[in-house]
Design a protein around this ligand. Structure first.
Ligand code: ADP
Ligand code: ASP
Ligand code: MG
Length: 405
């Protein structure tokens, strides 16, 4: 007997048929004697629709109300899932974020989980009931509904697993594991039987949507065993593990891409001490995260400062910088949303030189221009024109010898 969390993503609960199938999977685990807590996402497409409605009404929407809207998707699925389980004769009860509660900080739209009291969930599970928990949502310090950022149900699942001291957190999705790159983009992508927490964390943070970054961070910290597997087949999935559990380590574990970022250039800012602080300070104060940063060489006392940020934060970033224009003293702002960030990740980079060189050469060979570069200990990222995303990922996948035979 094991205590497990089974998390089902949007495509796995996209319609009633799929909810029935997922519920049957839970039933089989319960029949096998496992104690199961279920975490679900909104039905596929539901959250996108809710997000679009908010944006359509106002690009500078109130984040508290955005959360009130987008959290509703998961409330539908917990109820439906509980009904589906009950129909199969499994005792089940739905739980929204505030009912547990999943306590978060007050950063609406991208809140962090602070605490989950698992006692009541454990009590119910021991009494034979399956809790069906709404992913993605929590309760902020001001008692308002919060959400955890896109893909946040993964983080809910891992946090619940930690809170109820589960033996395993199984993330059921529409692919049967973590691949060397997005298998929907590259048919030669290879499934990994294991991946290290560190590599998974880095891949997620640069765009591999299969797990939300924070879920990996939390799993690493709380020592939760995470498995990614398909809700449609019974093939073995991918286990996220410590580095010493991997037998043969490749230099590059995988390649990720993100089309979620935009490039913003602040043109002709005075080139003097304090100007970076003047630009990035107000953005940080407004909760806007910036990613890659480059500053051009100075010409006649001014310079261009370019950085990337999440596309959805572009209107807010523009508003913040426009309000500061007098103080910063720049000429104008230029935004480009047609960009993609391509990243190569692997712990082997620590001990092997030449990974970045291989990347630049492969891209040059395809005539792809690199706009911005950034690196970390186990990652190299480049920003390119979005139209070359597929070409670049495929070329790199081949260049690092990752293609399936
Ligand atoms: P869910 O709705 O189940 O949470 P997501 O769409 O969030 O599913 O995540 C699964 C998707 O992640 C896959 O359909 C796949 O296109 C994408 N993906 C990106 N990179 C990878 C990767 N390296 N391995 C597997 N899937 C990946
Ligand atoms: N429904 C939310 C989203 O689409 C959370 C999730 O699916 O993990 O982002
Ligand atoms: Mg997801």
């Amino acid at each position: 007997m094991a205590r497990i969390v089974m998390k089902f993503g949007g495509t796995s609960v996209a319609d009633l048929e799929r909810i029935r199938n997922a519920a049957a999977r839970v039933m089989r685990a319960v029949e096998a004697g496992d104690e199961v807590a279920v975490v679900v996402s909104a039905m596929a497409g539901a959250t996108n629709q809710l997000v679009d409605w908010c944006h359509e009404l106002s690009p500078l929407y109130d984040a508290r109300e955005y959360d009130a809207v987008v959290a509703t998707g998961e409330q539908v699925t917990v109820g439906l899932f509980a009904i589906a389980l009950q129909t199969l004769g499994v005792e089940a009860r739905s739980w929204t974020g505030w009912q547990i509660p999943v306590s978060t900080d007050g950063q609406h739209g991208k809140a962090r989980i602070m605490a989950i009291d698992g006692a009541e969930l454990i009590r119910r599970m021991q009494a034979g009931q399956v809790p069906v928990i709404a992913g993605f949502q929590g309760l902020g310090p001001d008692k308002r509904i919060t959400t955890l950022g896109r893909g946040g149900s993964d983080t809910s699942a891992v946090a619940v697993a930690a809170a109820i001291r589960a033996d395993r957190c199984d993330i059921y999705t529409d692919v049967d594991g973590v691949y060397t790159t997005d298998p929907r983009l590259v048919s030669k992508a290879r499934k990994l039987s294991h991946i290290t927490y560190e590599e998974m964390l880095e891949l997620a943070s640069v765009g591999a949507k299969v797990l939300q970054t924070r879920s990996v961070e939390l799993a690493m910290k709380e020592r939760v065993r995470v498995q990614v597997l398909s809700s449609f087949t019974d093939t073995p999935g991918t286990l996220v593990v410590d580095e010493d559990e991997i037998v043969e380590q490749e230099i590059v574990a995988g390649i990720a891409y993100s089309r979620d970022e935009a490039k913003l250039t602040v043109r002709r800012v005075p080139d003097r001490p304090g100007v970076a602080a003047a630009v990035f300070g107000p953005l940080a104060e407004n909760g806007i995260n910036v990613d890659m940063i480059v500053q051009n060489v100075s010409e006649d006392g001014t310079t261009d400062m370019t950085f990337t940020l999440n596309k959805t934060e572009l209107p807010r970033a523009r508003a913040v910088l426009e309000a500061m224009r007098g103080e910063i003293g720049y000429a104008d702002l230029a935004a480009d949303s047609d960009v993609a960030k391509i990243s190569v990740v692997g712990v082997g980079m620590r001990s092997h030189a030449g990974v970045a060189g291989t990347m630049f050469k492969a891209l040059a060979g395809r005539g792809i221009n690199i706009q911005v570069i950034s690196t970390s200990e186990i990652k190299v990222s480049v920003l390119i024109a979005a139209e070359y995303t597929e070409l670049a990922v495929r070329a790199l996948h081949t260049a690092y010898g990752l293609d399936v035979a």
